[in-house]
Write a new protein. Structure first.
Length: 363
């Protein structure tokens, strides 16, 4: 099999050479793809075996593998940058030490890469999936997601919106394996690659652990409140608990086609997650501002729906409005709500108008 693949690589580069590409640059990508064949696990997803993209790629400099290219496209996207101002658990936090959707994403990527390297899987694919998995999240986190889900006849799911972001709204032209991993990072889906399975576990491990830390910082819980049997199994220490979960996935999945966790480890992860829902995610203190956030999303949805009615067919409007609102950050949604629904004092308006008039007189 390796000989056939190597022959295919040789033919590929022969075609590129004949097309006039720089031989020094193309050799870099050649070596990287050849290295994947030689050192990665037989279960790993190799770039040369990728099912490809929707359109032929247009890269001029052949120095990256296909999955590296996907990672870079996501990293440089507008939707990725907006994650820094989107809620993880606590709505629109002003404390610099609480996680945002961006820092959550980076932690998922790092945990995923750790597991992928230990399991000899494709780190680049894991990183691309991890960086893209939450691009479709709304302002105000799962609160915003739940509100849109109530408003739309077919519901709203952030993983489906993440796929829409990369395929339609920003048209990144990613590999099919990356798109599949973004789609299936949510539980209930069956990933087609072990790298996507890694991200499923990395996502859960990341948010359970950093949400515990943020909740302790917020004063909602203390480490002493955590279930005693979970503490005994994982430790109450953040680093030790995180390490044991990651190690469990690695040791259970080593040299196997499927990435999974031990039955005992999964039992305590599930129990800890259930405890977090009861004591943090649904806690009145943590969710005190959710009614206000829901009202913002509902009000903006109604406003934009009415605004677009003269210009679009009725069946088109919900998706257009959803794309617009789901792309908003917490602060932008709040600002738009204020602009549209909160009266501005007359004195402020006069001041603003005068300032604008003065600026225009300088032209």
């Amino acid at each position: 099999m390796l000989k056939n693949t190597t022959l295919r690589v040789g033919n590929y580069w022969s075609l590129l050479y004949n097309s006039g590409m720089n031989t020094e640059l193309k050799t870099i990508k050649d070596k990287l793809e050849q290295r994947e064949l030689e050192i990665l696990s037989p279960y790993a997803t190799k770039c040369l075996n990728s099912k490809g993209r929707k359109r032929k790629r247009e890269e001029q400099f052949e120095i990256r593998t296909e999955f590296q290219r996907d990672r870079d496209k996501i990293l440089h996207s507008k939707s990725f940058r907006r994650l820094k101002h989107k809620t993880q658990v606590f709505l629109s936090p002003f404390n610099d030490h609480f996680r945002t959707r961006l820092t959550h994403t980076l932690e998922v990527a790092q945990i995923g890469r750790t597991m992928a390297r230990a399991l000899n899987l494709n780190e680049d694919l894991v990183e691309a999936i991890a960086l893209g998995h939450d691009l479709g999240h709304t302002a105000f986190g799962h609160c915003g997601e739940g509100t849109l889900d109530e408003l739309l006849p077919n519901g709203f799911h952030h993983n489906l919106q993440s796929v829409r972001v990369v395929e339609v709204l920003e048209d990144m032209n990613l590999c099919k394996e990356t798109i599949d991993g973004i789609l299936t990072h949510t539980w209930g889906y069956k990933p087609k690659t072990p790298e996507a399975q890694v991200v499923q576990y990395a996502d859960k491990i990341a948010y359970i652990n950093h949400d515990i830390e943020d909740s302790v910082r917020a004063g909602i819980i203390s480490e002493a409140d955590l279930p005693s049997d979970c503490v005994k199994y994982f430790s109450s220490n953040q680093s030790a608990r995180l390490g044991k979960m990651i190690t469990d996935v690695i040791t259970t999945s080593m040299d196997k086609p499927k990435v999974t966790m031990s039955e005992e480890g999964w039992f305590y992860v599930t129990k800890l997650r259930t405890w977090m829902f009861d004591n943090v995610y649904l806690d009145p203190i943590a969710k005190a501002e959710e009614k206000k956030a829901k009202n913002i999303i509902r009000s903006l949805f109604e406003y934009y729906t009415n605004m677009l009615q003269p210009y679009y067919d009725a069946e088109e409007i919900p998706q257009i409005v959803t794309d617009h609102i789901s792309g908003m950050t917490d602060q932008y949604a709040i600002r738009r709500y204020k602009d549209l629904f909160i009266p501005m004092p007359l004195a402020d308006k006069t001041s603003d108008d005068a300032l604008l008039k003065k600026a225009r007189e300088r032209e």
